[in-house]
Design a protein. Structure first.
Length: 202
C-alpha cells in the first residue's frame, strides 16, 4: 500500500513539471540578445561609413582623372611651343643677315653694267652663293616672283605697269627678294605688277 502512494506522488510531480504556469511573466532580454543588437547597430554604422568613404574615394578618383587630363594637355601644349620656338629660333638672325644679301645683289647688278669688272663680279657672286647656301641649311628659301601671278600674301606691289607684253596682274620686276623661313614668310618680295592698257575708242 505504501508503494502505491509513492508511485502516485511521483506521477503528480512529473505532471507538474511538464505544465507551464500561464501567469508566469516573460523573462527580460538576455545578455546575448543585447550583445547581438549592439553588433547589428555597429555593423550599420560601419556600412554607412563605408558608403561615405566610397563616395569620397570616387570624388578623389574623378579629380585625379581631371588632373591627369589637364597635365597631358599641358605637356602637349608645351611640346608644340618648344617645337615652334626651335623651328623659328633663327628668325632674328635671318633678318639681320638679309641686308648683306641685298647689298651683294646690288653690287652684282652694278658690276654687270660696267666694264672690266669680271673678277669682282665673279667674287661677289661666289660669296653670295655661299651665303645663301649656308642660310638655306637654316631653312631660308626665296619667294618666287618674276613671271608669277601677283600674290598679296607673299608679294608687295610697289608700282603697276601698263603693258601689252604680259598678262594682267603678273609680276614683271622684282626690286627686293622675299624670303621664307621654313613655311613662314620672313618678308614679302617688293615687285612691280603688270596691268592692261586702257582701251581707246576709235
Amino acid at each position: 500500500m505504501k508503494h502505491k502512494g509513492n508511485l502516485h506522488e511521483a506521477k503528480s510531480t512529473e505532471g507538474g513539471e511538464a505544465r507551464l504556469n500561464p501567469t508566469e511573466e516573460a523573462s527580460p532580454p538576455s545578455a546575448m540578445d543585447q550583445e547581438r543588437e549592439n553588433k547589428e547597430k555597429e555593423i550599420e554604422a560601419l556600412k554607412k561609413k563605408l558608403e561615405e568613404k566610397e563616395k569620397e574615394a570616387k570624388d578623389y578618383y574623378d579629380r585625379l582623372l581631371r588632373t591627369a587630363a589637364d597635365f597631358e594637355n599641358f605637356k602637349k601644349r608645351a611640346a608644340r611651343e618648344r617645337e615652334e620656338w626651335t623651328k623659328y629660333a633663327n628668325e632674328d638672325l635671318m633678318r639681320a643677315i638679309l641686308p648683306f644679301v641685298d647689298n651683294l645683289e646690288r653690287a652684282l647688278n652694278h658690276a654687270g653694267k660696267t666694264e672690266n669688272n669680271q673678277s669682282i663680279e665673279e667674287g661677289v657672286r661666289l660669296t653670295l652663293q655661299q651665303l645663301l647656301q649656308t642660310l638655306s641649311r637654316f631653312g631660308l628659301s626665296p619667294v618666287e616672283s618674276i613671271g608669277r601671278p601677283f600674290d598679296p600674301t607673299v608679294h608687295e606691289a610697289m608700282i603697276a605697269v601698263e603693258t601689252d607684253e604680259h598678262e594682267p596682274n603678273q609680276v614683271i620686276e622684282e626690286f627686293q627678294k622675299g624670303y621664307f623661313l621654313k613655311d613662314r614668310l620672313l618678308r614679302p618680295a617688293t615687285v612691280s605688277v603688270s596691268k592692261a592698257r586702257p582701251e581707246h575708242d576709235a
